[in-house]
Design a protein around this ligand. Structure first.
Ligand SMILES: [Zn+2]
Length: 161
C-alpha cells in the first residue's frame, strides 16, 4: 500500500495520507464489520499551508454511537489524545473520518452539516476541516473520499491524484 494524495480541482487544497494511516483506517473499518465507525484526523499542514498531512486517525471514542447507516462520534478520551499528539510532534486536529460499510463514500447532507458546524465552532480551532470517508469493502474493494469544508463555503471535493 502506498501513500494517498488528494487535491482540489484548483489545487488550492491538498491532503496526504501515509500508507500506515490508510492501513490503520482499513483495519478499524474491518473490525466494525457492517456498522459505521469513525473518529478524528490528526496531523499538520505543510509550510505553505496548502496541504493537510494526516498522520494519525483516532479509534472511535468509547462513547460513540453507531448503526448500520449512521455514526455519532463521541468525545471521550479525545482531549488526552490531542494533547499527546501535540506534545509528541506538533500534530493537531484536522477533521473527521467515518466508514460507509459496503456503499460509496459519498457524504450525506448530515455529514456535511456536521463539518460545517465544526468549521464554525471556535473550540475546534479548525476553519477548514477535512471530511474523510472510507466506503465499500475495507478488505478489498474500498475507496476513500476526501472533502474540505472551509468556513463559509460549500464542501470542496478533493480528487485522488
Ligand atoms: Zn456518512
Amino acid at each position: 500500500m502506498r501513500a494517498l494524495e488528494f487535491r482540489s480541482e484548483d489545487s488550492r487544497f491538498r491532503a496526504r495520507l501515509s500508507s500506515a494511516t490508510v492501513r490503520r483506517l482499513l483495519k478499524l473499518c474491518q473490525s466494525s464489520v457492517k456498522h459505521e465507525t469513525g473518529g478524528i484526523l490528526l496531523g499538520h499542514y505543510s509550510e505553505a499551508l496548502d496541504c493537510a498531512w494526516v498522520r494519525k486517525v483516532s479509534d472511535p471514542p468509547p462513547d460513540s454511537e453507531r448503526g448500520l447507516t449512521w455514526f455519532k462520534r463521541g468525545t471521550k478520551g479525545l482531549q488526552a489524545l490531542l494533547d499527546h499528539c501535540w506534545d509528541s510532534g506538533g500534530n493537531h486536529y484536522l477533521g473527521e473520518w467515518h466508514f460507509h460499510p459496503f456503499v460509496a463514500p459519498t457524504p450525506s447532507v448530515t455529514d456535511l452539516g456536521q463539518l460545517t458546524a465544526i468549521a464554525h465552532e471556535p473550540g475546534y480551532g479548525c476553519p477548514e476541516p477535512l471530511l474523510l470517508i472510507v466506503g465499500g469493502d475495507p478488505s478489498e474493494a474500498w475507496s476513500i473520499s476526501v472533502h474540505v469544508v472551509p468556513r463559509g463555503h460549500r464542501a470542496i471535493p478533493l480528487l485522488r491524484i
